[in-house]
Ligand binder design. Sequence first.
Ligand SMILES: *[C@@H]1O[C@H](CO)[C@@H](O)[C@H](O)[C@H]1NC(C)=O
Length: 298
Amino acid sequence: MRTTSFAFGTLIALISCLTGVSCQLRKCWGPQNYCYSWGGTKAVCVDGYCYCSGQDYDYNTCLPDAYGCKIVMNSDAALAKPQYNQQYRTNYSCTPVSSSTQYEVHVLGVYEAEVIHRRPPVASDATVNIVSQRKSNRPIILVLGNYEPVNWILNIPAGITITKVILVAYYIDKSSVSGDVNQVKAIERKSYPAQWPRGIGSDSGGGDTVGLLKKVYNRFGVVTSFTGTYKANKWSLDVLSSPRGPSTGASTGPSTGQITPFTPVWPQSTPLKPVWSSQNTPSPTPVGSEVGPVSALC
Ligand SMILES: *[C@@H]1O[C@H](CO)[C@@H](O)[C@H](O)[C@H]1NC(C)=O
């Protein structure tokens, strides 16, 4: 009986995952209707489910919607594709139509590249295979963010130069960039959270994707792409040569520093009710760690 209803619930959850945002809704927790609220997400319980009232987050999905980047879950359209042991996992991405016209900025974010519960931690490898049809006409900026230490190995096609790699990591001294670094003009290293924010695209379990998007925005304009996942050891990144959309003046160079206000619009209609109720219940995380993806199924 238990197994049957679990299997049924799983099926329903899968279907609702495929059809909308419902799989991202989390049930409020316990008799107090608790919603785990990290950073600026400002999660609140409404009718038994958690929503996010933070201004830089989507009300329904709780995913960042800030600085020109509206993060969606499990998109096929993303320019970067993270994998863990040849498998796609829950991923968060944006590919804004109006991105910086001056720079091509790709942001990749993970929590870890392998399960490491060793202390002191040891870096794990993550390979980034850069693919490019043509030569970019703008400086390419690559921002790599991780919590557990990662050695990012870049495979860059001949003729492509990365103007700058910005590496943001909690264990910055144990994280590194290697591979075709002779095709990288400069590498900047930032420690998280003291110097730069980082995140995996969902801030519900920790991290600061919004803060990262802001940093990038202030320096380079709207990102060309953001892609994050909890765990990945292999990436492909499609480097484009021109901005995807019309340049409406929304993108800025490094010095203007102007910030377009992104006003969240609250949906008027009642959001889809999730039918699967056994989502993992969020609980407060110890300082310095993050909870995993909302659900292993989604
Ligand atoms: C994210 O995961 C989904 C489902 O596994 C997959 O179809 C999609 O291509 C992935 N997207 C990225 C950007 O990796």
